[in-house]
Write a protein that binds this ligand. Structure first.
Ligand SMILES: [Fe+2]
Ligand SMILES: [Fe+2]
Length: 303
């Protein structure tokens, strides 16, 4: 296959990135609630014309909180999955084993980072924001699928973080500097994860027949549909938090518009940006050209 990645190089790059959670949050560093947390291309609050500027700002920050929790949830199932994948390589393939263990250790750090930002958020935001979960139940459902289905879901998530930073966050000067720093530091380490996960997908698929691979891709789509259901529920929670924070009830028509528009914004943020990433599609096409075509034609539903 055509990938240029190798375990020694990826490990070397990962080891040169050395930030700590404490460098990004706490010890005098906190969130600035006068600034937005999410780029507009992901939050998409401007389409809700019945909200005031202040209300759109509030919704943007609720979406920022959602970002912290969704990534916390997905990274909790990534840790045990990658750890299990690394286990057979510990007695022999040193670079490979160490690259995957570094990957796991970074995800554990990210979970901690997202949690610390959530704590800071709760200190500064006027109401509680409910989140889907619990994370272990969501993880259990996802991990019940074939390892190739799970590895593809993880690959989609890793490429998604690259796109969030490069296309939406990097040039956005209005964002809260601490939140932007979180997205930047996450992006730096996720680049290596995306490459390792590409190699992981390749090695899991190596012993499989085309029919088995196609079935596993259907399993990946089932994981996507499950996540989409979670995003719809999360949108309803965000609406609830928004009404509590804004201290007003939207009309039934406004609520419908909020749900449709924000569910789509969540779909783009957590599914579309990964599903349509060119590197994700390349891996998918290498596994199954026919499935790539099918997924590409369904992708606009998540954009
Ligand atoms: Fe991460
Ligand atoms: Fe990752």
């Amino acid at each position: 296959m055509s990938y240029q990645y190798n375990f020694k190089d990826v490990l070397g790059r990962a080891e040169r990135i050395t930030w700590r959670v404490e460098d990004l949050i706490g010890e005098g560093k906190t969130l600035d609630f006068s600034k937005p947390f999410m780029p507009e291309s992901l939050a998409r609050t401007e389409g809700l014309s019945f909200l005031s500027g202040g209300e759109r700002h509030m919704l943007n920050q609720i979406r920022g909180h959602t970002y912290l929790t969704i990534f916390g949830i997905v990274e909790e199932f990534i840790v045990p999955f990658v750890l299990d994948h690394a286990r057979p390589f510990i007695n022999g393939e040193d670079y490979r084993a160490r690259a995957f263990l570094e990957f796991v250790s970074e995800e554990a750090k990210h979970i901690h980072l997202f949690r610390r930002f959530q704590e800071e958020f709760r200190k500064g935001f006027p109401v509680d924001c409910k989140v889907i979960g619990p994370a272990d139940a969501i993880g259990k459902e996802i991990l019940s699928h074939h390892p190739l289905s799970v590895a593809l879901a993880i690959l989609m998530i890793e490429w998604m973080t690259q796109r969030h930073f490069q296309e939406s966050v990097h040039d956005d000067g209005a964002l809260d500097p601490q939140f932007k720093s979180l997205l930047k530091h996450h992006w730096m380490e996720e680049m290596q994860h995306a490459q390792l996960d590409t190699l992981m997908v390749e090695s899991i698929a190596a012993g499989m027949s085309q029919a088995e691979i196609d079935e596993a891709i259907d399993g990946f789509l089932a994981i996507g549909a499950f996540l989409d259901g979670g995003l719809k529920q999360q949108t309803a929670f965000d609406l609830e938090a928004f009404e509590a924070a804004a201290e007003r009830t939207l009309t039934p028509q406004e609520r419908d518009q909020f749900m449709t528009q924000q569910h789509q914004a969540n779909r783009w943020t957590y599914l579309g940006t990964g599903l349509t990433h060119k590197n994700f599609l390349t891996t998918l096409g290498n596994l199954s050209p026919a499935k790539r075509v099918a997924i590409e034609s369904a992708a606009p539903n998540f954009c």
